[in-house]
Design a protein around this ligand. Structure first.
Ligand code: PLP
Length: 386
């Protein structure tokens, strides 16, 4: 059965060019990039090339501002740890109610350690008023940490305005850009962002590799103690093969930015329009235009998301109810809750996220199956109230 993949915000297909580029790191170029001999130094040049590719993708003026990590989660944790540890007298953080668990749970840990955390609310459409950031920053604020694009709804925060406000207040701004990379144009030459996290597997690199950009001069202390890798900012011998893959994926992401903005957006809009026409009592979660081009979060009355995922899966369609990291948990999505939806609306939500590999026939398969599944489930199970 062919796979129709609508879960690209959970993970993406590694690009064939990425997989191919990684092979020499296992077969022939497997030296330690920190070694002084020629064999190791050649591998160090592979790291340099990947670092430059990531820097170019995000418009970072210097490649040395990019630190490789094991994931987006590590990049987020490292940013928050590093910023707080380097400013021990500042015990206040600003974040939002809709962040990914990587930021959310690290903020909860800081709270246990005595930090005051301000969690900014979002509007019903998932957007955030940047004025709120200006209103809550104080001289005690160690960092503002806000995401660029939401993983569940795709809604974009006004990052340029937030960065300018933080700059004006002298507060370092950390941005979780994991879901924005490859979907929006990022130019760190223009935006005063102190720290920015990204994750390879969200843009066609393999899993288990990410990066943290740190603007020169940003207060930072490393989390790991060990060798002096990554200029002393992240100890541990680098995962060279994955990093090479990340570099190639970064170059491809840059090339395909306009494809995502046009072709992927057109596919998503076709899918959305057809679903809204064919499924009664369905609505889009989140702002209609302030959204990344690949994501649709839809709520349908009188159905449960998990049941729909299983039924779609039987027909070769992979989708998601909310954040994959929260899958298996019976807690309703904190993002949709923060937007003010009821438990029943959250239960009836489906997230469909596509990529540049999605085709019209994938969309056709979804349009053929989903309306029928929803109709059957509504007939068989009357809506639960809560
Ligand atoms: N931040 C956001 C917004 C995400 O969507 C994710 C993953 O879903 C992460 C951070 C964590 O990235 P990783 O899976 O590489 O740990």
């Amino acid at each position: 059965m062919p796979l129709h993949y609508f879960d690209n915000n959970a993970t993406t297909q590694p690009a064939p060019e990425v997989v191919e580029a990684m092979q020499p790191s296992y077969a022939t170029r497997w030296g330690n990039p920190s070694s002084l001999h020629q064999f190791g130094r050649e591998v160090a040049t592979d790291l340099d090339a990947a670092r430059q590719a990531v820097a170019t993708l995000i418009g970072a003026p210097r490649a040395s501002s990019v630190i490789f990590t094991s994931s987006g989660t590590e990049a987020d944790n490292l940013a928050l740890f590093g910023l707080c540890a380097a400013q021990p007298t500042k015990r206040h953080l600003v974040t939002s109610t809709v962040e990914h668990a990587a930021v959310r749970n690290y903020c909860a840990l800081l709270e246990e350690q005595g930090y005051t955390i301000t969690r900014l609310p979002v509007a019903a459409d998932g957007t955030l008023d940047p004025q709120q950031v200006a209103d809550v920053c104080t001289p005690e604020t160690a960092c503002v940490s806000l995401m660029w694009a939401n993983n569940e709804t795709g809604v974009l925060f006004p990052i340029e305005q937030i960065a300018a406000i933080c700059e004006e207040r002298g507060v370092p701004f950390h941005c979780d850009a994991v879901q924005a990379i490859g979907k929006v144009s990022i130019d760190l030459c223009r935006h005063p962002i102190a720290a920015l996290s990204l994750s390879g597997h969200k843009f066609h690199a393999p899993k288990g590799v990410g990066a943290l950009y740190l603007r020169p001069g940003t207060p930072f202390r490393p989390m790991f103690r060990g060798g002096g890798q990554e200029q002393g900012r992240r100890a541990g011998t680098e995962n060279v093969a994955q990093i090479v893959g990340l570099g190639v994926a970064a170059t491809l992401a840059r090339t395909h930015l306009s494809t995502v903005d046009t072709a992927v957006r057109a596919l998503r809009d076709r899918m959305e329009h057809a679903l809204l026409t064919r499924i009664p009592d369905m609505a889009i979660n989140g702002h209609r235009t302030l959204r990344v081009a690949n994501t649709t979060s839809v709520r349908m009355e009188g159905v449960d998301g998990e049941g729909m995922i299983l039924a779609l899966s039987e027909g070769g369609i992979a989708a998601s109810t909310g954040s994959a990291c929260a899958a298996g948990s019976i807690e309703p999505s904190h993002v949709l809750r923060a937007m003010g939806f009821s438990n029943a609306e959250i239960r009836g939500t489906l997230r469909l996220s596509i990529s540049r590999y999605t085709t019209n026939s994938d969309i056709d398969a979804l349009l053929e199956q989903l309306p029928a599944i929803v109709a059957t489930r509504r007939r068989l199970a009357p809506p639960r109230r809560s």
